[in-house]
Design a protein around this ligand. Sequence first.
Ligand SMILES: Nc1ncnc2c1ncn2[C@@H]1O[C@H](COP(=O)(O)OP(=O)(O)OP(=O)(O)O)[C@@H](O)[C@H]1O
Length: 580
Amino acid sequence: MKTVFSYAKPYKWPIFIALCLMLLELSVELIQPLLIAKIIDDGILAEDVSVIWTWGSVMMGLAFVAFFSGVINSYFAAHAAQGFAFDLRQALFRQVQAFSMATFLRFPTAGLITRLTSDVTMAQNILFMGMRILLRAPLLVVGSLVMAFIVNVKLALYLVIGAPFLFVFLFIMARKGVGYFATVQHRLDRVNRVIQENLQAVRLIKAYLRGMYEASRFSKVADMLRKDTVKAMRMMELILPILLFVMNVSLMAVLWFGSFEIRNGDAQVGELVAVVNYAMRMTGAFSMFAWIIVAFSRAKASSERMEEVLLASEDLENHNSESSSLQRLEGDLRFENVSFNYQGKAEPILDKVSFHVSPGEKLAIMGATGSGKSTLLNLIPRIFEATEGKIFVDGLEVKEWPLKDLRDTIGLVPQQSILFTGSILENLSWGDTDAAPDELEEAAKKAQIHESIDLFPQKYGTRVGQKGVNLSGGQKQRLSIARALVRKPSILILDDSTSALDVKTENALWDALEEEAATMLVVTQKVQTARGADCILLLDEGKVVGYGTHAELMEQSELYRKIADSQTEEEVIINGENHS
Ligand SMILES: Nc1ncnc2c1ncn2[C@@H]1O[C@H](COP(=O)(O)OP(=O)(O)OP(=O)(O)O)[C@@H](O)[C@H]1O
């Protein structure tokens, strides 16, 4: 919990003020029974009205002090707790942003969402309540006991009977609670994961009529959450009745033996009333303990989960490293015996891959599905780190490049188009926030999307729905390409990003990209596209099985010839059908 609550440090003054006010409120509460005893013994029993008036007025005055202390305490407590939660959430978000891909994959997305939402709220609640009742309740118990001893030692002793039992009991419950609530948060992760997957795949679910199936999947995880929460809460609900039982037995003992003490002259009526009053306050405070233990257990479990993220420092990307003075890369790219395997997997996904692309050249990468094409591309901007071998950009190993410089001049268009909610203009300028509107338009023209945008009533101001729901697959792909072009990349990486384009649009796109000075890496399944490249790299199960121009590969590689022949046959069939 230490790391999480270190984010409360900037709020030490509001916390200090809130705690002082809480102590003031508490002191007033502890003095009240003393004053009641005085009014009874020196006022009511001694029939002295002036004593009643004097101490009655003091009690009223103190009640006002307690009231205003409580109000101001809430103000400072809310300020500190909200600020703390804001800072903590920001820190978690930044940490997740800094995760390397390998670290990121260790945490399921839904688990990260729960940490950034529900877990932060748990910690915020405990801090807020900490300044209100968390400390107040135990202090009230101890303070009441001390005051009871001051009033009458003998009577106070009866109150202590159950104390050792209660402390051991509470300690055990708190320890159990942490484990139970860690399970509850874990269950919440799973519920979030099912919700997330479900919402993302809503079209597929409708098309496959899998609504009921998904509902039952959700029901299962929601039921597990319910069962574990009930289990945890049931255990916690035991706390209050047991506490109240022990306290009531102590109270009975005070009243029973107190009556003898009064008869013996060892205690006065007012003293007995005061001690009973303290006992009632202790009981009230103890009843808060049940809640405190629940809140504490949840906050501790949540803090541990957040600390997993905050302390995951082994594999972070350093985006703040000094930028070199170089503004733009040349775009010379060399792979030397590069191998890669995903964490925890023994077999290499890429096996001793070597190739070279000179600045401004275009390399087409082909290969069956799962042959490692996307993986290879991800190694260039260091989204994953090569396990073996070396990758050079402009003669310098990618590991040596400041990450910012390296990524600033790479335009990566992933296989799946990812767009953000906002306008088309915002999505384009996401590529480079400094780009002027005419540069954005220029990029859109090259990506062959300008004309489509022009047909929208709101043109570049058109809202892109969540994940680009209101755009076609081809429009999304072209917007993604335009966004990469906005960066004026030295190395442009297209991971099968034109699969949804018709032949005419695709050809126009390649013609427009010819004018780009960038080195280009293009993953494609189409021999027609690969033919236009300066060189083709053919991958099979992570190994390079062909490397050369179209003509060279037609001569040297049987696999390439097969692919080319199959696509020619397809064309013939399609064209034949069209003619018939
Ligand atoms: N995050 C990951 N963790 C573990 N294995 C992975 C991961 N991503 C991909 N793989 C595996 O790596 C292999 C290569 O995947 P990759 O996406 O690079 O292939 P690809 O050639 O781009 O395929 P496609 O043409 O279908 O996109 C596959 O066998 C895949 O199962």
